[in-house]
Ligand binder design. Structure first.
Ligand SMILES: C[S@@+](CC[C@H](N)C(=O)[O-])C[C@H]1O[C@@H](n2cnc3c(N)ncnc32)[C@H](O)[C@@H]1O
Length: 322
C-alpha cells in the first residue's frame, strides 16, 4: 500500500475512530497494553534510533552512498519517575518528566519508513503538496516536547531551525538532556542562544539554530503584527512544521492546545510560510481522541488528515497532518 492522506471531514471522524479502535482491538496480543512510558523502570535510559534490519535477500555488490535511511542515533535520557508521580512538581502537570513512546516511534517512522518519503523530502500525496521536513529550509516548532529532548537532537541534524517548547519548569531538564546528547547532533553545527552556543561568523559549516523556549498553552498569546523574539529563529526558514507528540491525553488540555496551535498556524500562514502541522497521538481513551478531532475540525476549523500508512495503521499511534 502507498501512503494516503485521509481528510477528516465531520462525516468521517467517527468512521475513522471506529476503524482505528477496531484495528487496535484486533491486535491486543501483539501491541503493548501499557500507558506508553518508554521505560518506567529506570531514570537513565538509552534509546536507539536505528533503521530496521534489512529483510531483503537481494544483496547488491555496488556500495551505495549512505542516505538518511542509514543514519543511526544512540541517545541517553535522564528522566524522573519521582517527579512524574509527584503532586507538587510543576503544579501537578508532570507527564513531561519522562520519555513517552510516541516520540521514538515517530522518529523511526519519519527517518526510515519507505512510506514516509514525502515527509522526509517533500512530494505530492493525494493532491496535497507536502513540503519536506528534513531540509535546511525547514524550521520545526515542537509543542509539549517534554524533558527528554531527543527530537531536537535527532531532527536538528537535518533542519535549519528547531525550537523545542514546554512549560517553564521543564526547560532546565530539557536543556540538560539536549546538551548530554550533542555528540549525536553531528551533521550540522549547533548554534543556540538558550543553550549558550554562540555562532562563529567565519564558519561556513551548515548549522542548526536549536533553541528551547517556555510555551504554556494555557497562557499563550500572539500578536499578528510582531514576532516574539523567541520565535524569530524560524523567520529564516521557508517551511514551518509545528509538531506535537503525545500531548492529547486528557480532555482538559484539548482546548488550550488547539487554541495555541490555531494561533501559531494562522501567524505563519499570514506571513506566507509553507506551514504544516503533525500531531502524534498514543491511542488511549477513545472519547478523548474523538473530542480532539471533533473540536479541531468543527470548532477550530483545522483541516487535519489521518496519515494512512502500514506501520502506523498497525501501531498504537495515529499521526494527523495538515
Ligand atoms: C505525555 S507528555 C509527552 C512529552 C513528549 N512529547 C514525549 O513524547 O516524550 C505531554 C507533554 O505535554 C506537556 N504539556 C501539558 N500541558 C501543557 C501546557 N499547558 N502547555 C505546554 N505543554 C504542556 C507536558 O509538560 C508534557 O511534556
Amino acid at each position: 500500500m502507498t501512503l494516503k492522506l485521509q481528510r477528516l471531514g465531520e462525516d468521517l471522524i467517527h468512521e475513522h475512530i471506529c476503524e482505528r479502535y477496531i484495528e487496535l482491538a484486533s491486535r491486543t496480543e501483539s501491541l503493548k497494553q501499557d500507558l506508553g512510558i518508554f521505560d518506567r523502570t529506570r531514570s537513565d535510559i538509552s534509546i536507539d534510533i536505528e533503521p530496521p534490519p534489512r529483510t531483503s535477500k537481494k544483496r547488491t555488490k555496488k556500495k551505495l552512498p549512505p542516505t538518511i535511511l542509514d543514519d543511526r542515533y544512540n541517545l541517553t535520557v535522564e528522566q524522573s519517575i519521582t517527579s512524574l508521580h509527584s503532586n507538587r512538581d510543576n503544579s501537578n502537570s508532570t507527564t513531561g518528566y519522562v520519555l513517552w513512546s510516541t516520540t521514538p516511534f515517530f522518529l523511526k517512522w519519519l527517518l526510515y519508513d519507505p512510506q514516509a518519503i514525502s515527509f522526509r523530502q517533500g512530494g505530492i500525496v493525494d493532491a496535497n503538496v507536502i513540503y519536506g521536513m528534513l531540509k535546511p529550509s525547514t524550521g520545526i516548532l515542537e509543542l509539549g516536547g517534554g524533558t527528554a529532548g531527543i527530537m531536537p537532537v535527532v531532527l536538528g541534524n537535518y533542519v535549519g531551525t528547531y525550537i523545542c517548547t514546554d512549560q517553564r519548569s521543564l526547560i532546565n531538564r530539557m536543556q540538560s538532556n539536549i546538551k548530554n546528547n550533542l555528540l549525536q547532533l553531528n551533521k550540522r553545527r549547533c548554534v543556540s542562544k538558550t543553550l549558550g552556543f554562540e555562532p562563529q561568523f567565519d564558519d561556513d559549516e551548515p548549522a542548526v539554530n536549536l533553541e528551547t523556549m517556555p510555551l504554556d498553552w494555557e497562557k499563550f498569546h500572539l500578536s499578528h503584527s510582531t514576532t516574539p523574539a523567541e520565535l524569530q529563529p524560524l523567520a529564516k526558514c521557508s517551511t514551518v512544521y509545528i509538531v506535537a507528540m503525545d500531548v492529547i491525553y486528557n480532555d482538559y488540555l484539548i482546548d488550550p492546545f488547539l487554541r495555541t496551535l490555531s494561533l501559531l498556524l494562522k501567524f505563519y500562514q499570514i506571513k506566507k510560510y509553507n506551514t504544516h502541522c503533525l500531531v502524534g497521538i498514543h491511542l488511549r481513551a477513545q472519547e478523548v481522541v474523538t473530542e480532539f478531532l471533533e473540536k479541531a475540525v468543527l470548532e477550530f476549523d483545522l483541516p487535519f488528515s489521518y496519515i494512512q500508512s502500514d506501520s502506523l495503521d498497525s501501531s498504537r499511534f495515529s499521526l494527523y497532518f495538515m
